[in-house]
Design a protein around this ligand. Structure first.
Ligand code: AR6
Length: 168
């Protein structure tokens, strides 16, 4: 699987699957979750409601409805609590769980936001290390995984960790 860092609004990406940074209720929220629900439309909330929630470190599948993406994997990242409360393992588990859903539906492209690094307070550099490591180790039929940065510093972090050309 290729791993490509990009800076984008994840709701605009034409990929088979986008990953949402959700909470355990799966009933929406702020950040990327709010943006995905706005772009997908109200049917997304109904599809999420049918799952009846999702534990931290897992993911649940819905269609993308009004999104360009056909599928959404709603992953629940950990809240940062200092780093010694299993945060890294829970975060890595989100990436693996989303890829497992991608394989289930035969998705060949997937886009991940920087799960947990906004409202949940996970230090971006540490989260990026977990993301890159989890994706590098994954056994999957997915061909390309985009690590989507919302701002330039996050893009630079991903590029540096991935050894991408032009990285700072
Ligand atoms: N496209 C790509 N990335 C984005 C976008 C976007 N449109 N919007 C924000 N980001 P957050 P969390 C980045 O807070 O920390 C919600 O209320 C953002 O800059 O969305 O996992 C949920 O319901 C940051 O780097 O998610 C939960 O309650 C990253 O996405 C809670 O927030 C994640 O930030 C989850 O918190």
């Amino acid at each position: 699987m290729r791993i490509e860092p990009i800076q984008a609004d994840i709701t605009t990406l034409d990929v088979d699957m986008v990953v949402n940074a959700a909470n355990t209720s799966l009933l929406g929220g702020g950040g990327v979750d709010g943006a995905i629900h706005r772009a997908a439309g109200p049917e997304l909330l109904e599809a999420c409601r049918a799952h009846g929630g999702c534990p931290t470190g897992e993911a649940r599948l819905t269609p993308g409805f009004g999104l360009p993406a056909r599928w959404v994997a709603h992953a629940v990242g950990p809240r940062w609590r200092g780093g010694d409360r299993g945060e890294a393992e829970a975060l890595a588990s989100c990436y693996r769980a989303a890829l497992a859903l991608a394989d289930q539906v035969g998705a060949s492209s997937i886009a991940f936001p920087a799960i947990s690094t906004g409202i949940y307070g996970y230090p971006p550099e540490k989260a990026a290390q977990v993301a890159v490591e989890a994706l590098r180790q994954a056994k999957t039929k997915v061909e390309v995984a985009y690590l989507v940065a919302f701002d330039r510093p996050m893009l630079d972090t991903y590029r540096r960790l991935l050894g991408a050309p032009g990285a700072q």
